[in-house]
Design a protein around this ligand. Structure first.
Ligand code: SAH
Length: 379
C-alpha cells in the first residue's frame, strides 16, 4: 500500500481587495469578521474620500481592527504604467490590471466640469466595426475594484498634483463619470453596478445620477435591470437609423434590434419628463451620414425624449472607414435640429495621445483571437 502523499501547507487565502466593496458589501465583510457594520462608513470615507490605502493611517478605527484589516484585506489599485497629458489638457492613464493586460482611463477637463471616461472590460466582445477596442478582442471583465479604482486613482493623483489632497470632498476633482472607455458595461453588470453604487454613495464620491453616464450598445434585458437597480444617465450607441445598417456596424443589433432597443429606452425614461437619453452617432463617410439617413433618424427618435451626440469618426489603421467631412456633419446636424432634436457635435479631445473615442486600445491578451481574424481579412 502506498502511503498518502504529504499534504502541502495551506497557502494563506488572498487578501480581499476592499476597493471592490460598496456600502452593503463592506458591512457584510465587517459582520463576517465580527465587527460593527457602522465601520463601513468610516472605511469608505478613508478609502474613497481621503484616498488612504494604508489601514494603519485610519486613525478613528481601533488599533486591533486596523491590524486585522492589514492581515486579511488589501487596498490595491491597478498599477500606473504611463500617464500622458494632451495639448488640450486631456490626460490618459494606462493601467496594468494583471500580467498581460492593461486598460485606459481618460480625464477630460472642461470649463465647468472634469469628466472621467472609464473602462469596464479588458477589450470588448461586441465587435463594432468602427471601434479600435473591438480590434483588440476580448479578454475578461474588470472586477468592481478595478472599475472604481480608475476613479480613485484619477481623483487622488490629480488632487496630489494640485496639492489639495487633505481637503477631502470640498476639493473634488472629478465632477462627471462616463462609462465610455473600453468594454460594454452592461455585459459586466454586477461589477459595474457595485462601482456605480460607490460613485453615487455620499460616503464615497457622492456624484448625482445625472453626472454618471453609462454608455451601451444596447443590451436590452440589462437596460431594464439597470433602470430598476441604479438608473444613472444613459447613452446609447446607435450609429445607424435602420436595422440593416446597424446589423453591420453594431452586430449586437441582430440580437436586440432597433424596435426592442427604442422600447427599452422608453421604459428607461418612464414618465420622468426631465430625463433624456443621449444617442451617440459616429459619422462615417458615405456609410451613415446622408441627409436621408438623418431624416430616418428623426423618424426613429420621434417617440423618444433624446438628445443626439454626433461623434466625428476617429480613424485608426486599417479601419476601412473615413470621417465624414465637416460640412456633411453640419448638414446632418441641421436636419435633426430642424426637427427639434437637441444635437451637438462632440469635440474630439486628446487625439494627439490616442485618447479620443474609439482610440482606447490598452493592451489586451485577446482570448477571442480577433486580431488574427482581422489581419487575415485586411491583407
Ligand atoms: N460599449 C459601449 C461603451 C464604449 S464605446 C458603447 O458601445 O456605448 C464609447 C463610444 O465611442 C461609443 O459610442 C462608440 O461607438 C464610440 N466609438 C467607438 N469607436 C469610435 C471611433 N473610432 N471614433 C469615434 N467614436 C467611436
Amino acid at each position: 500500500m502506498h502511503s498518502p502523499a504529504p499534504l502541502l501547507p495551506l497557502a494563506a487565502p488572498p487578501a480581499l481587495n476592499l476597493f471592490g466593496l460598496d456600502h452593503a458589501g463592506m458591512q457584510a465583510f465587517l459582520l463576517s469578521h465580527n465587527e460593527k457594520p457602522f465601520r463601513a462608513t468610516q472605511l469608505l470615507k478613508w478609502i474613497h474620500q481621503q484616498g488612504v490605502t494604508d489601514f494603519h493611517l485610519m486613525t478613528n478605527i481601533s488599533k486591533n481592527l486596523r491590524q486585522h484589516l492589514s492581515e486579511v484585506a488589501s487596498l490595491t489599485p491597478p498599477q500606473e504604467i504611463t500617464r500622458q497629458i494632451s495639448h488640450d489638457g486631456t490626460r490618459k492613464w494606462l493601467l496594468q490590471v494583471d500580467q498581460g493586460n492593461a486598460i485606459e482611463t481618460v480625464l477630460i477637463p472642461e470649463i465647468d466640469r472634469n469628466t472621467l471616461c472609464i473602462s469596464s472590460q479588458v477589450g470588448c466582445a461586441l465587435d463594432c466595426r468602427f471601434c479600435s477596442t473591438a480590434r483588440q478582442g476580448f479578454n475578461r471583465n474588470l472586477s468592481a475594484a478595478e472599475i472604481i479604482a480608475q476613479l480613485w486613482l484619477a481623483e487622488h493623483s490629480v488632487r496630489l498634483e494640485q496639492g489639495t489632497q487633505a481637503q477631502g470632498g470640498a476639493s473634488r476633482v472629478i465632477s462627471n463619470v462616463v462609462l465610455m472607455g473600453m468594454g460594454e458595461p452592461l455585459l459586466n453588470f454586477d461589477n459595474v453596478l457595485t462601482a456605480l453604487r460607490l460613485m453615487l454613495d455620499d460616503n464615497a464620491y457622492g456624484l448625482s445620477r445625472r453626472r454618471v453616464t453609462l454608455s451601451t450598445a444596447g443590451v436590452v434585458p440589462a437596460l431594464d435591470k439597470l433602470r430598476e437597480l441604479c438608473p444613472v444617465s444613459l447613452a446609447v450607441s446607435l450609429h445607424a437609423p435602420d436595422d440593416a445598417l446597424r446589423d453591420e456596424l453594431v452586430p449586437l443589433n441582430k440580437k436586440y434590434p432597433l424596435k426592442d432597443l427604442i422600447e427599452a429606452c422608453q421604459r428607461y425614461i418612464g414618465d420622468d419628463q426631465r430625463r433624456r437619453i443621449t444617442i451617440e452617432y459616429v459619422l462615417l463617410k458615405g456609410v451613415n451620414d446622408s441627409t436621408q439617413q438623418a431624416r430616418a433618424l428623426v423618424k426613429l427618435l420621434r417617440k423618444l425624449p433624446a438628445k443626439v451626440n454626433l461623434i466625428p469618426f476617429n480613424p485608426f489603421p486599417l479601419s476601412g472607414f473615413e470621417p465624414s467631412p465637416l460640412r456633411t456633419i453640419d448638414a446632418f446636424r441641421e436636419i435633426l435640429m430642424q426637427a427639434g432634436i437637441m444635437t451637438v457635435t462632440r469635440k474630439t479631445r486628446g487625439d494627439d495621445i490616442d485618447a479620443a473615442c474609439g482610440q482606447l486600445a490598452g493592451k489586451v491578451q485577446d482570448r477571442s483571437r480577433r486580431e488574427r481574424r482581422f489581419s487575415e481579412v485586411s491583407v
